[in-house]
Design a protein around this ligand. Structure first.
Ligand code: CTP
Length: 399
């Protein structure tokens, strides 16, 4: 039986939380309710304890005798956290990492998907600060089911009304299912640039930030996959739960990919691997007065092109990326054929505002049959979902 946590906060629509709880129960889901102290002033936690069959959690330090810290142990047990209704206050706290009650502390401890259904007065909902908080949480991977227009508690018609409980249940169940769609699969993702040293202080590199690869790793984890993330130098936090293997040069990355590929069902080469490196690597810092007038470069190994491609049961799904500045589709199609890929994700890196170092991108996904799918300009998180949907399709997991 799947277990979820239902976070309940002090919106007037709090009474709908009972219906949400019952709806999940009818689908065979076990529920632990967590209320904020303000919510507990509107409805007694006992009502939710009676409905859920479990003591409602409100107080962070309620169970002082317990040898396990309640919010940490519960975080390990659940497959989904639904916060419905969610006030402007809890959204602001979550967006800023404030942890001053059970629910906000719990949010920081969970690794599972989180679904938030806001409910508030229209002015509060439309306030730029609330909108900024929602965007910030969405960028961090939190799912939202945004309020509808309707009759509000303040006796006004407007935006801010909690969506129907059935919709919250439906989306919650879909997230639970998604959370297992790559279960028992191992996804190996490479990310970021490589650095090719010239001397102990200088290197050749590129503008890759690693954001796309990290988003892909996060999405694979959210779908229940084991994830190995081989990453060049980036300033990003690795997604929780990924096995991080940091590398520096193209040669390091090639070595790690080859060493770990046998464990993987899927390889996604999102890294911007350097194509060439300085022929000589000076052991000492090259002194200004001895600056060379030209650099001698030698090619690095093409990792994708060098991989063995076993067939049968050990056949793997292999996905490449293509960074282009012209003729995107034609160049990417050629790379797909030459590197024997199942799929290539191509983008035009010469376009302003998207691609390198941006949170957004626009890509073209090409498969072996030559089918070309163009994405809209979207966040790298949204694009990572598109790519992972295709991975599921290639693994035969997609319904
Ligand atoms: N790649 C690789 N090893 C390299 C260079 C690139 O495995 N030494 C991978 C990248 O991770 C990407 C794909 O090959 O998945 C295409 O990379 P890209 O830089 O677009 O193309 P290149 O093959 O380097 O070709 P070109 O520089 O001519 O565009």
């Amino acid at each position: 039986m799947k277990k979820i946590a239902l976070g309940v906060t002090s919106s007037i629509s709090i009474y709908k939380a009972c219906e949400i709880l019952r709806g999940f129960q009818k689908k065979g889901v076990d529920i632990q309710v967590i209320m904020t102290p303000n919510a507990a002033k509107l409805i007694s936690p006992r009502l939710f304890s009676a409905l859920s069959g479990k003591k409602t959690a409100v107080d962070l330090f309620g169970d002082a005798d317990s040898d396990r810290i309640a919010h940490i142990s519960l975080a390990e047990e659940i497959s989904l956290l639904v916060i419905a209704p969610a006030t402007a206050n809890i959204i602001a706290k979550l967006a800023n990492g404030v942890a001053d009650d059970f629910l906000s502390t719990f949010f920081l401890a969970v690794r599972c998907p989180v679904l938030v259904a806001p409910a508030m007065n229209e002015a509060m909902y439309r306030h730029p600060q609330t909108q900024a908080n929602i965007l910030r949480l969405q960028a961090a991977g939190v799912e939202f089911i945004l309020p509808e227009k309707g009759y509000l508690a303040c006796k006004e018609e407007g935006w801010g009304r909690l969506v129907a409980p059935e919709k919250i249940i439906e989306q919650g169940l879909a997230l639970l299912e998604k959370g297992e769609s790559l279960k028992a699969k191992t996804v190996l993702v490479t990310a970021g640039p490589t650095r090719e040293p010239l001397d102990p202080v200088r290197f050749l590199s590129n503008r890759s930030s690693g954001k796309m690869g990290y988003a892909l790793a996060g999405e694979a984890l959210r779908r229940g996959a084991r994830v190995i993330l081989i990453s060049g130098p980036t300033s990003l936090f690795p997604p929780l739960g990924a096995e991080l293997l940091p590398v520096e040069t193209a040669a390091d990355m090639a070595r790690e990919v080859k060493k770990n590929l046998s464990r993987a069902d899927v390889l996604i080469m999102a890294a911007a691997v350097a194509d060439f490196r300085p022929a000589e690597r000076s052991k000492q810092k090259i002194k200004k007065k001895k600056a060379p007038s030209a650099l001698n470069l030698v090619p690095t190994e093409d990792i994708l092109a060098s991989l063995d491609r076993p067939g049968g049961r050990s056949k793997k799904v292999i996905i490449g990326f293509a960074a282009e500045t012209a003729n995107v589709t034609a160049n990417a199609s050629r790379k797909l054929r030459e590197k024997k890929l199942d799929l290539i994700v191509a983008n035009d890196v010469s376009r302003e505002g998207i691609g390198f170092d941006s949170d957004f991108n626009q890509v073209v996904i090409i498969d072996r049959k030559g089918a070309v799918a163009e994405s809209p300009t979207a966040s790298k998180r949204e694009l990572s979902r598109l790519v992972m949907d295709r991975v599921e399709g290639l693994l035969g997991r997609k319904k």
